[in-house]
Design a protein around this ligand. Structure first.
Ligand code: HEC
Length: 128
């Protein structure tokens, strides 16, 4: 009984906070934003008007790795030639230096699959 009440409250809060068709997805994206703010935001902007030390991540899902115009990538990432899928981003935040040896991004080492999932869903929601 109590569990159902909590679930209903969470869903109501999610709907109130800006409504998408799928409330579970909304919750993931909101949680992902918080993990992103804690672990990534100090190096990565998600707003094309703001410069950042790391490349802009708005629109990164579906973009070729190392291809944001004007950003000084490491040779390794610029030459890697793959496209950022959700799976590739999971592997990157778990062990970026293993996915692309020679990258200049510092190891962040996020191994919890739930946290990976939330961050990836947040990034996927940021389309320019
Ligand atoms: C200490 C700074 C720093 C932190 C923290 C950081 N990054 Fe990075 N990130 C970089 C740099 C620098 C690059 C460019 C790497 C290169 O050129 O080899 C990069 C590259 C990337 C790329 C490739 C983008 C492209 O255009 O190909 C993705 C995706 C990415 N980071 C995601 C993340 C996520 C998600 C987090 C948080 C979990 C994170 N980064 C945390 C500095 C950082």
């Amino acid at each position: 009984m109590r569990k159902r009440f909590i679930l209903a409250a969470v869903l109501a809060a999610a709907l109130a906070s800006g409504a998408q068709a799928d409330p579970t997805q909304r919750i993931k994206i909101d949680a992902g934003r918080q993990f992103f703010d804690a672990n990534c935001h100090r190096c990565h902007s998600v707003d094309a008007d703001r410069k950042s030390y790391g490349p802009l991540l708005e629109g990164v899902v579906g973009r070729r790795a190392g291809s944001f115009p004007g950003y000084p990538y490491s040779k390794a990432l610029a030459a890697s030639g793959f496209v950022w899928t959700k799976g590739a981003i999971r592997a990157w935040i778990e062990a970026n230096d293993q996915l692309v040896p020679g990258t200049k991004m510092r190891h962040v080492g996020i191994t919890d699959p739930t946290v990976q999932d939330f961050i990836v869903e947040y990034l996927a929601s940021l389309q320019p």
